[in-house]
Design a protein around this ligand. Sequence first.
Ligand SMILES: [Zn+2]
Ligand SMILES: [Zn+2]
Length: 348
Amino acid sequence: MPPPATRTLHFPHAAPPAFGDTIEVAPGVLWTRLPLPFRLDHVNVYLIEDDGGFAVLDTGVDTADSRAVWERLIAGVLRGRAPTKIVVTHFHPDHIGLAGWLCRRFGVPLYASQTTYLSSINISIRPDALEGEHYRDFYLRHGLAPEIAALVATQGHSYLRLVSALEPTFRRIVTGDTLTIGGRKFRLLSGDGHAPEQIMLVSDADNLFFAADQVLAKITPNVSVWAVEPYGDPLGLYLRSLRALKEQVAADALVLPGHQLVFAGLHTRIDELIAHHELRCRLILRACAAQPHSAAEMVPVLFPKALDPHQMSFAFSETQAHINYLIRCGTLFAVVGGDGIERVTVPG
Ligand SMILES: [Zn+2]
Ligand SMILES: [Zn+2]
């Protein structure tokens, strides 16, 4: 057992910076925030001192509010020290949304994993792939009522409205590589589960860990199965990534995440996240031991509160992630009933 002091998270800054204000979290590393039009109402952006300016890590969504905050940053802290490169951790709109706009405005390159870049480009080529018939079929097969499936299937796929077009070229960053920003060398890691090939940065010299959305202090990063890959195992990949991070990043590193507060206590938080998912798996196995459940029937077991269609979409997809993981582990198996709905049950 670790000593008690390491079993709680430590927050060096009790409050975050206001939108467009900055806090220097380490020498030459500025933390700022941009607004999001969601219940999670902000995203963290980091400015890392570089030769001739600042490297920008993540960008916020492409909304008028977000651009206005960038204008304040450009006229304020960035005055005379323009962005030198735009580094994006993953393809979600809150992180990549203004990358294209910033790259064009300052004539600087985008650094991203290949999966991040191509995922975003792919949605721009085939936006209907996120709203098609196969989505509705996926929800129906896993037991959602048709009227809910119709609502859920057309909810929230507003990706392109929140993302400015990317430039036709980018610079690929890969796990195991080193990225030099100013005088610092960053080890690049990638993690899966929340988003494919999400990039994280480690500065060993300064004991900093830019965690993106892989590890957040108070909320559990979303881990979901989507219709595009109905038999995917993002939870298995996520748990594998969390365990690897304990080997790859020091327990006392300062964690600079994509949302919420900067904190220390990485290994403790990883243990909490693993325990959270293990508990959900136990709840599923207990329910299935009593009787077979579809993913939709399992949602209230994991999410007892009433859910609006948007929340239902995420709750359903998270539940599916746990089910697919348990199927992959061999502790659940799926049977399609006469009603065409797939239900899972325990072997034996
Ligand atoms: Zn994300
Ligand atoms: Zn995010």
